[in-house]
Design a binder for this molecule. Structure first.
Ligand code: SF4
Length: 429
């Protein structure tokens, strides 16, 4: 059993849409895109929206939308369609299958062989217009929606994007269903997602976030109302701040408001250049024990890939975290970055060793292969598994001497992600 669900009655003439997360529910239940569509569609009188996950729910509607957050999830598309008895080839099915999400926005042509259409941009701006044009006559429907900005119908039009301009004018997904008896593996626990802003004002050359519609912030007034209504409706005691870099000009006021309501909260990613002692103290008071930051690499290369933060700023951040007695700092790094050589790896190892020495709190190091997304300034960089493995070994040797252990996250999976992200037209079996 889940709570809170939007209850809608079947009646004559009602249409239904299945919104599909092609992976397991313990992560997908917190996907904001799924929640936005679930709330948006169910608020339209003649529509019902069902959520379907890889391990729960059933595809049964004539209009089926997939959201792709990670490229390897593409492989679950044929599995899920076949389980529902639906042909993968669009010419062989009567149902209309479409896709959206970050992977589609970055590379809309990858799935064009299998998708009747693709949604590019913000769902709130595009989906109501699609539903308004809905008819069971598939060719007529596709022809009609090909005129909508943000809808890409392969063979009928070219990709275009459409974004929400003012977040305050868009409805918030207040209904965020979770199982009443929440299993332990549900990644964020019994929490309410609070999206305070969309986009990112920084321009890291490998990240697609700044390319999507610019930075849009919700007003403090609206955020307070969402907190009040969302917490009451969902009966949650914890909030997850849903933001790429939490640059909201009133971020401290948001946290103070949550504290005034006795609500625990978590800020998943922190920009050290924005984190003064007061901000970190608020985070600590909100119950968060771990701080996550991403220095990525050594300082020189960090600036070259568009992240203009000095080593010194990270060290000052560590001092503040020490003073406030957090439990752990998680640091994310990358290898295989264009221009990365032995000198940069030695500097990176030196940075990590110094950070380790300074940390009175636990330090967790994660090293990931560099996977630039299409459309970004570094997207033409080719993934080289050999180089990534060589650099991982070199770094392991350097840090092993300082007794620092770390794990490089799946090189093979990263390569697959890169290939899928850059493929012009995917062929699935
Ligand atoms: S990596 Fe983070 S800070 Fe950089 S552009 Fe992307 S979201 Fe913004």
């Amino acid at each position: 059993m889940e709570h809170p669900l939007i209850q809608k009655q079947w009646k004559k003439g009602i249409n239904s849409l299945d919104i599909v997360y092609p992976n397991k529910k313990f992560g997908g239940a917190y996907n904001l895109g799924i929640l936005i569509i679930y709330n948006l569609v169910n608020n339209i009188p003649n529509w019902i929206c069902n959520r379907v996950f890889l391990d729960e729910g059933k595809i049964s509607s004539s209009l089926i939308g997939f959201t792709f957050q990670y490229e390897p999830d593409y492989y679950n598309l044929p599995k899920m369609l076949s389980k529902a008895g639906i042909a993968l080839e669009k010419e062989k099915r009567r149902q209309v299958v479409f896709a959206g999400g970050p992977c589609v926005n970055a590379n809309p042509s990858a799935l064009s062989r299998y998708m009747d259409f693709l949604v590019m941009g913000d769902a709130e701006e595009i989906v109501p217009k699609i539903l308004n044009a809905y008819t069971r006559d598939k060719p007529k429907f596709l022809e009609a929606i090909s005129k909508i900005p943000g809808v890409f119908v392969p063979g009928l039009n070219n990709p275009s994007c459409s974004y929400v301009k003012n977040l305050d004018d868009t409805p918030y997904p207040l209904y965020q269903p979770l199982p009443v008896d929440l299993p332990k593996e549900y990644v964020f626990g019994n929490a309410f997602l609070l999206e305070v802003e969309r986009g990112c004002p920084f321009f890291c050359k490998f990240c697609p976030m700044p390319l999507r519609g610019g930075v849009r912030i919700r007003s403090l007034e609206k955020i307070k109302k969402i907190i009040d209504d969302g917490i009451a409706l969902n009966k949650r005691k914890k909030v997850i701040l849903y933001t790429a870099s939490f640059t909201h000009p009133e971020r401290k006021e948001i946290l103070k408001y949550l504290l005034s309501k006795n609500i625990e909260f978590s800020v998943p990613s922190i920009k050290v250049e924005l984190a003064d002692s007061e901000f970190l103290e608020l985070i600590k008071k909100g119950g968060q024990r771990t701080l996550t930051i991403a220095p990525e690499c050594n300082e020189e290369l960090r600036f070259k890939i568009g992240k203009h933060v000095k080593d010194e700023q990270y060290f000052k951040f560590i001092e503040k975290a020490n003073e406030l007695s957090f439990d752990t700092i998680k640091m994310y790094f990358m290898i295989g970055i264009p221009g990365m050589d032995e000198k940069s790896l030695k500097e990176m190892a030196g940075f990590i060793a110094k950070a380790k020495k300074m940390c009175k709190v636990g330090l967790y190091i994660s090293v990931n292969p560099f996977v630039p997304k299409p459309g970004t300034a570094l997207s033409s960089h080719k993934f080289d598994e050999k180089i990534v493995k060589k650099q991982a070994k070199f770094l392991q040797n350097l840090l092993g001497k300082a007794n620092i252990r770390f794990k490089v996250q799946g090189t093979r999976q990263a390569k697959e992600e890169w290939v899928l992200a850059h493929t012009t037209e995917l062929v699935l079996k």
